[in-house]
Structure formats: structure tokens, C-alpha cells
Design a protein around this ligand. Structure first.
Ligand SMILES: Nc1ncnc2c1ncn2[C@@H]1O[C@H](COP(=O)(O)OP(=O)(O)OP(=O)(O)O)[C@@H](O)[C@H]1O
Ligand SMILES: O=c1[nH]c(=O)c2[nH+]cn([C@@H]3O[C@H](COP(=O)(O)O)[C@@H](O)[C@H]3O)c2[nH]1
Ligand SMILES: NC(=O)CC[C@H](N)C(=O)O
Ligand SMILES: [Mg+2]
Length: 542
């Protein structure tokens, strides 16, 4: 199991969604990369839900009005020593309150393990799309209104070899006999597949059957409430104090900044850091848009030389991320001091537009998940940071933030921009980052984005960018030999940025891009197209 990141304080410092009184669905997280997707899907049904560690105590869980419990997947194997398990007291609570339970993947295995079934390592790992076949004549409520066969996404190595007494098998695949089991009386269901991912087209029906039809949760929670709740909460928390904001002008920090501006007006001091690795003219454009269109009190700190100096000679992706994350915070701290000396006001809090995917991939959050990469705004934070974090969107996904932005009336261009990572071009320049390489990449990036816009593909793509590779290739130009850099274009289709497919960009658009980049950008003589999906690749290359 991957170790806990050193910034565990992050979790204590940051505040996200926090609603105690509402009836809710509780997700017990065993560390799956998809746990929050379950939350996201449940919220899409307009049902309020919260995530808990799978190790939550019955006392803590019992304080809430729980309408249903979902056990997530996870990287462990139930039969391994030290693997995480729901406490017997929580099982007792479930029994006493007759709470319906849905186990997904590891969650199903956990349920089987606890109730006397057998889970063993399968001979074959099952990874990807699979056809689930319902047991003949089965009338299980979990599949209400669904066809006899449907496609679901699998990601497991273990499988159920014997189901517990009292449970009945209700579906199988060619690889596994028991991919869905139920105990209708105990109100328990287990799924070996992942209904929460977009690659399971009918997954939402299963979650709806469970949450609404079986558990009877009321679909009355909407995104719009979120803005109002946050504004109220922040006003209470901050009082007449001041808040500083890390604002890149990206989708997330724009929405966060507008929320904060609506809550406290000019007592919000937004700071854009130019780390020397932004897109071409980005700082200038963001300043204009945020000030003029969004009325956010924003200043820009040009720290290009400082960042590029610190990145000199650094090639390791995680090192780059940590240097950038740490320096960002140093700068915010310095800016807070400057604001204090200039304006005589003290900023106690720092607003960040952190989203759920930034968190889950960076640290072990609420469940024993593996660390994939350190997002600059989460795992890169120094333990010594004195500003307290406010991260209104820490539990949300990009598409939910967009929905929130639209509900708040923020302009479409801001809401539908492609995400751009905080470490910026530094993690798209593989190998050492230098001012010269940044410039080459900025030019290529601009051409590719312009071509996507003019060909009408920009909005259909989740994210598009260019990566500069750390190798050179031979070319021939005007009868002369060239020995220049290779770049790769990456365009992905995704809604939540947790899973993604490469975008099928037509050859004619690729051809124009390639000819423009190679002809117009000095220093690139070869352009490739990245055809990997996430997983197993990630969206960024570093
Ligand atoms: N150059 C920057 N200056 C100030 N803050 C930044 C900068 N880059 C990133 N941040 C902070 O880090 C957070 C996470 O960055 P991230 O790129 O995920 O979000 P974003 O830039 O707001 O939106 P998007 O995902 O659309 O790019 C931002 O919300 C913002 O708070
Ligand atoms: O602000 C950010 N700071 C980071 O350090 C960072 N790393 C990745 N990303 C963005 O997150 C999404 C998922 O990216 P990956 O598949 O590469 O993990 C994609 O949208 C990535 O661009 C980052 N954003
Ligand atoms: N995705 C999961 O929950 C996987 C569960 C377990 N580790 C398996 O391989 O079967
Ligand atoms: Mg960004």
C-alpha cells in the first residue's frame, strides 16, 4: 500500500462540503480511484451524499441520517492480512437500522467475506468492458427496468468463488459466475463491476434503482443550493476578515473566485502567479477577463525567473510538481505579507480551486487509495503553511463545477475552457524545463488550440495540449538535415477527468496542425498524436 503523503495536515486544513443534518447516502471508501465518482453519480440523482473512510466508527456514522450505504472498490484483497474492513459495530448499526447496502467490487468482496462467502485470486484479471448476463428468470430489484444483458466496466483480479448463505446469484459474466449477488431480506446487493464509471452505460440505472427505488432516498438536492450554502458558510467562517485567493483563471479557480467575491466582495484578494510556464499571453488575458468580466479583485505576481531558476536541472516529474507547489505557497505567503503591509489587513485564509481528482490522485483521502501523482495544490503544500485553506469544490468533479459556474451565470468561455494544470508547461516539457523550451511549447500549443477552435472540435474535447519530448529526431527541410525536437499532441474525451479516451481527431485537422507546427515553430521537426486512454495512461504525461 502506498504511504500516506506528508501533507496529511492538508485534510485538517481544508474545508469542503459539510452538511450534517440532511438525510444522506454514505459511501464507505476502500480507496478506489472511483469512489468519488460514486458520490458524483448519486449527486446526479439529486440525492445528497457524503464519503467516509471505510474505517469510520459506528458512533460517527450513526450521528447522520443514513438512507443507504455504498461500499466502494479498493486496491486491496479482502483475504490479505491488514486489508481494510468495515467494523463489526458498523455492521451492527446497519442491521439495527435496516440500512440497505450496495457493495461495489472490493465492496462486494468485503460483504461476501463478512457473511461467510469465499473470495480468491482469479486466474484471469478482468479489466475493461464486460457483458453482464442476468440469471434467467431473476427479478432482482437492482436490475429493475434493465435488459437481460448489458455492458459494464470491470477492474478486478479477485473473484467470488462461493457466495454466502442466504445470498442469491443474480448475474454472471463469461469469466465469473457471481458478478451480482443479493440478499433481498437483509437489503444487501453486491456488484463485481463498476456502475459508477462512464464506461458502464447503464450503471446509472443500477444506482438509481438502489438509491431511490430500493432505499427510498428523496431526489431533492440541486447544485444551485451549493453556491448559496457555501456563501453563507464562508460569511460565518470569515466574519469581517480577509481571504487571499490562488486564482489561475482556469475553470475551477474562476468559479471559486466568483463565489468568494459574492460572499465577501473586495475583502477577497485574488493572486495570479505567473510561474513562467503559462500558455502564451495567459497572464495578460486572465487579468483582463477576471477584472472586467468577473469583477474579481485580482493582482498578478510575475515569478517566472524564480520558478525557472528553481526548475533548472530538474527532470523528475514529482520533483517538478513539489517545487512548483511549494513555491506557489511561498509566494502566496509573501503576498499575504505584502497585502498586510500595504493595506493593513491580514489574510487568514487561502482560497484554492481544488477539485476532487486533484485530491484523490495526490494523497490517500478518506480511504486507503494509492498515490498516482502529486497535484501542485494538494500534495505539494508545505507542512509549515500558516494560511488556512478554503476549497469549496474539493468534493466536486469538473463537470459539476461547470454546472455550478453556469448556475451562477459565469460566462461560457470561462466555464468551458479546457483545464490547464497549475505546474503548467513544466509537466508538459519532459526532461529539463528551460525558457527556450517553454517558448517552443507555447508556440506549438497556441497553434494546436487555434486549429481545434477553428475546426469546431474544441468544445467536444475534454482537454487538448502539446507535450515536448526529451529527444530529438532527424528531419529534412529545404534540402537540409534538421535535428530537432519531437512534440506530441494529446486530445482526450472525458467529462470527469478520472477516465478518458483519446479523441478521434480527423486526419485533415491533424494534417493542418502538423504542417503548421513543423513549419511555424522553430525547434520542432516531428509531431505525433497520443492514442492512449486513461487508465492505464494519465491525461498529462508527467
Ligand atoms: N498560476 C496560478 N496562479 C495562482 N493560482 C493557481 C495557479 N495555477 C493554479 N492555481 C491554483 O491551483 C488550483 C488548482 O489548479 P487547477 O489547474 O486544477 O485549477 P484551475 O486552474 O482553477 O482550473 P482548470 O482546471 O480549469 O485549469 C487552482 O484552482 C488555483 O487555486
Ligand atoms: O492543477 C493541477 N495541478 C496539477 O498538478 C495537475 N496534474 C494534473 N492535472 C490535471 O488533472 C487532470 C487529470 O490529470 P492526470 O490524468 O494527468 O492525472 C487533467 O486535467 C490534468 O491537466 C493537474 N492540475
Ligand atoms: N476494483 C476493485 O475494487 C478491486 C478489488 C480487488 N482488489 C480485486 O482485484 O478484485
Ligand atoms: Mg489550471
Amino acid at each position: 500500500m502506498a504511504p500516506q503523503a506528508e501533507t496529511s495536515e492538508y485534510l485538517e486544513q481544508s474545508s469542503g462540503l459539510n452538511n450534517l443534518d440532511r438525510p444522506q447516502v454514505a459511501i464507505l471508501d476502500f480507496g478506489s480511484q472511483y469512489s468519488h465518482l460514486i458520490a458524483r453519480r448519486v449527486r446526479e440523482l439529486n440525492v445528497y451524499c457524503e464519503l467516509y473512510s471505510c474505517l469510520v466508527s459506528a458512533e460517527d456514522l450513526g450521528k447522520h441520517k443514513i438512507t443507504a450505504i455504498i461500499l466502494s472498490g479498493g486496491p486491496s484483497s479482502v483475504y490479505d492480512e491488514g486489508s481494510p474492513h468495515v467494523s463489526p459495530e458498523v455492521w451492527k448499526l446497519i442491521d439495527e437500522r435496516n440500512i440497505p447496502v450496495l457493495g461495489i467490487c472490493y465492496g462486494l468482496q468485503e460483504m461476501a467475506h463478512v457473511f461467510g462467502g469465499t473470495v480468491a485470486a482469479g486466474l484471469k484479471h478482468e479489466y475493461g468492458k464486460s457483458i453482464v448476463k442476468r440469471t434467467e428468470g431473476c427479478k432482482s430489484k437492482i436490475f429493475d427496468g434493465m435488459p437481460e444483458e448489458f455492458q459494464m466496466w470491470m477492474s478486478h483480479g479477485d473473484k467470488l468463488t462461493k457466495i454466502p448463505d442466504g445470498f442469491a446469484p443474480v448475474a454472471c459474466t463469461d469469466n465469473a459466475e457471481f458478478v451480482t449477488i443479493e440478499h433481498a431480506e437483509k437489503r444487501m446487493w453486491g456488484l463485481q463491476f463498476h456502475p459508477e464509471v462512464t464506461h458502464s452505460p447503464l450503471g446509472k440505472s443500477i444506482l438509481e434503482n438502489f438509491v431511490i427505488k430500493i432505499a427510498g432516498a428523496k431526489p431533492d438536492w440541486v447544485m444551485k443550493d451549493y453556491a448559496n450554502e457555501f456563501i453563507e458558510e464562508v460569511r460565518k467562517k470569515v466574519g469581517d476578515g480577509h481571504v487571499m485567493g490562488a486564482v489561475s483563471g482556469g475553470v475551477d479557480s474562476t468559479v471559486a473566485a466568483v463565489l468568494m467575491t459574492r460572499a465577501i466582495g473586495d475583502r477577497f484578494h485574488a493572486v495570479l502567479v505567473d510561474n513562467g510556464c503559462l500558455r502564451q499571453d495567459e497572464a495578460k488575458n486572465v487579468l483582463k477577463r477576471m477584472r472586467d468580466d468577473c469583477h474579481v479583485n485580482l493582482r498578478c505576481v510575475d515569478a517566472s525567473d524564480r520558478f525557472l531558476g528553481l526548475l533548472k536541472g530538474v527532470t523528475d516529474p514529482e520533483k517538478k510538481r513539489k517545487i512548483i507547489g511549494g513555491t506557489f505557497i511561498e509566494i502566496f505567503q509573501e503576498e499575504a505579507n505584502r497585502i498586510e503591509s500595504e493595506l493593513g489587513v491580514k489574510c487568514e485564509y487561502l482560497l484554492q480551486g481544488t477539485l476532487y481528482p486533484d485530491v484523490i490522485e495526490s494523497i490517500s483521502y478518506k480511504g486507503p487509495s494509492a498515490i498516482i501523482k502529486t497535484h501542485h495544490n494538494v500534495g505539494g503544500l508545505p507542512a509549515s503553511m500558516s494560511l488556512k485553506l478554503i476549497e469549496p469544490m474539493r468534493e466536486l468533479f469538473k463537470d459539476e463545477v461547470r454546472e455550478l459556474g453556469m448556475a451562477m451565470g459565469i460566462d461560457e468561455d470561462s466555464v468551458w475552457r479546457h483545464p490547464f494544470p497549475g505546474p503548467g508547461l513544466a509537466i508538459r516539457i519532459l526532461g529539463e524545463v528551460t525558457a527556450e523550451r517553454v517558448k517552443i511549447l507555447q508556440q506549438a500549443d497556441k497553434i494546436v488550440i487555434d486549429e481545434l477552435r477553428s475546426s469546431g472540435h474544441y468544445r467536444k474535447i475534454g482537454q487538448a495540449f502539446v507535450v515536448l519530448l526529451p529527444c530529438k529526431t532527424v528531419g529534412v527541410m529545404g534540402d537540409c538535415r534538421t535535428y530537432e525536437n519531437v512534440a506530441s499532441v494529446r486530445c482526450v474525451e472525458t467529462t470527469d477527468y478520472m477516465t478518458a479516451d483519446f479523441y478521434h481527431l480527423p486526419y485533415d485537422v491533424l494534417a493542418t496542425m502538423s504542417s503548421r507546427v513543423i513549419n511555424e515553430v522553430r525547434g520542432i521537426n516531428r509531431l505525433c498524436y497520443d492514442i492512449s486512454s486513461k487508465p492505464p495512461a494519465t491525461i498529462e504525461w508527467e
